[in-house]
Design a binder for this molecule. Sequence first.
Ligand code: OAD
Length: 239
Amino acid sequence: MQSKKEKIVVISGAGISAESGLVTFRDADGLWQKYAVEELATPEAFAANPELVHRFYNARRKQAAAASPNAAHLAIASLEQHYQVVVITQNVDDLHERAGSTQVIHLHGKLCEARSSLNPELVEYIGDVELTEHDTAADGSALRPNIVWFGEEVPAMITAIEEVESADKILVVGSSLQVYPAASLLSYAHHKAEKVLINLESPDFISEYRFLQGKTATEVPKLVASWLGMAAINPTKFV
Ligand code: OAD
C-alpha cells in the first residue's frame, strides 16, 4: 500500500521573483519607495484615476510576461515528485505556474486576469493585454486588474489557512511579512510542522522558524535537494 504523501506548503513573496528581474515592494529599490500605494493599489485610486492605475499594472503585466521562472520557482515545482505541494503566493505574476507548480493560491490576485469593478467573481483571462479606462466587463462596469488592493477582502485566505493548518512542512520564502492578513498565515502552522524561512534578512518575530539567510535562487534549491534526499538538484531538469 502506498503511504500518504507528506504535505509541503510554500508561502512566497516578491523576493522569490526578484531574481527573475521583477522588483519587490519594500526593498531600497522597491515599488513602494518609488510610488505611493494609496495612488495605485486601492479601489479609491482606481475610481479617482483609472488611467494611472492601468498604466502601472500594464507595465507590471508586461514585465511579468517577459520574465522567466528562476531556480527557486523550479526547485519548488520539483518537490511535487515526492510531496503534495501547495504554493500560497502574495505574488501577482504566474512564475510558479510557469515553473510547473500545479496547486497555486494567489492571495493578492493575478496580473493576467481582469475583473468587473462591481462583481469580484466576474473574472476574465487577459494574458499580457494592456487595459484602458474604456474597457468594460460583461456587466458593463469598468474592467479593473484582478488584484486584491489595500482595504479589500482577501477571499483566498480561508482556503490558505486550511492548507497551512494541515501542512507537515512550511517554507516561507522572499516576503517581508509586513502585509496582513497574508503574514498571519504563519501562525496557523501545526506545532509539529517543520518550519523554514528563507530571506535576505530575518524578520525578528519568527522564532519558531529555522532561518536560512540568502538569495532565494541559491537557498531554495539547496533546501529542496535536502527534502528530496538528493545532494543537489538541477532545477532545469524539471521544466
Ligand atoms: P516585500 O517587498 O515587502 O518584501 C520582499 C522581501 O524579499 C524582503 O524581505 C526582501 O529582503 C526579500 N528579498 C528581496 N530579494 C530577495 C532575494 N533575491 N532573495 C531572498 N529574499 C529577497 O514583498 P512582499 O512581502 O511579497 O501586495 O509584499 C507583500 C505584498 O505587499 C505584495 O503582495 C503587494 C505589496 O503591497 C499588493 O500589491 C496587494
